[in-house]
Design a protein around this ligand. Sequence first.
Ligand code: SIN
Ligand code: CO
Length: 384
Amino acid sequence: MDLLDSIGGLSVDQFMRRHWQRAPLLARGAFPGFVAPIEPARLFELAGRDDVESRTVSASDGRWRLEHGPHERLPPRRRPGWTLLVQGVDLHDDAIAALMGRFRFVPDARVDDLMVSFATDGGGVGPHVDQYDVFLLQARGTRRWRIAPPGDASLVPDAPLKLLANFAPTEEWLLEPGDMLYLPPGWGHDGTAVGECMTFSIGFRAPSRQEFLTAFLAAAADEPGGRDPRFTDRGRAPTATPGRLPEDLAERLRGWALDWRPSAAEVDRFVGRWLTEPKAQVWFDAPAPLAPARFERAATRDGLRLDRRTRMAWRGRSVFVNGEAFEVPAAARRWLGRLADRRLLAAVECPRAFAVPGVAAMLGDWHDAGWLRIGAAPAATPDP
Ligand code: SIN
Ligand code: CO
């Protein structure tokens, strides 16, 4: 599917310069004649699975209720005022993954997921802010959105959700199928279903310093080869002040901290691995492995595409796939970079790619791991 070519009457280039991370934009008819590629029944089924993250939210008499999935049973559809939210629907459905592909004018490394919400009349998750950029695409039915600029962030005490206590909306719109609202991080928003509706949230992530350092330091502390020096104090004299922190112990620990300097290459490698790490609940279905010659024949006949769950990126001579890093020569990187950018290699490209040393073996391994599929277009059927 092609990239969106305009958003709310602006070219994507104008949108990125004027609105991205800066200002909300209501795009009426962003997807003209839009028909949701997923039915509520399929969403309810996903909500029952333990490898799918889902929540239900409802409110009655001003009291909010939040329940985490898997949901064996959902409230009756005729009961007003409840919402089901299913995260990462793009990981389970090729049509939804293809829809996300229309937003690939933003780098994949910034993409989080596509969440689908289903709500009965009056349902919503209350006024809140997200830390992420989001496109709220109205997929089915109508929803009223009210938004407020970043400001008073105080929260309703003792609520099971983070709800803005003093939400003061400045704008309000009724969105119909195909309409889309872009919100930068930090904008207050509150969406209420008007009749039964479905909304798609195309969400983007931006790491915080704390998130990055927490992950990086944990990985760095876990040095390969199990090298983990331990403090020793053989020959220590008896102490008369047992409450005092021993100088040798404090100095040794200080030394470990001050002497620790990751190299730029180590950090870069971690960054690529971290940014392509699949979410915790992702697993790949490995197909029957193919012998190298059969793999090359099948790819040359039908082409190759990344599995919808695969996260892939490249930078310089490095290629990162699903949390793994590969350093490759320039010619191989060109083909692998092309695969990362387009998420496919056409059948006619495969012989040229396979002529570059190492490429066929690497792609064959990825195929056997379930990261890469034979066939340049996804099959019409979603996963079971
Ligand atoms: C919803 O779809 O109900 C909530 C989406 C959001 O506020 O981010
Ligand atoms: Co939100």
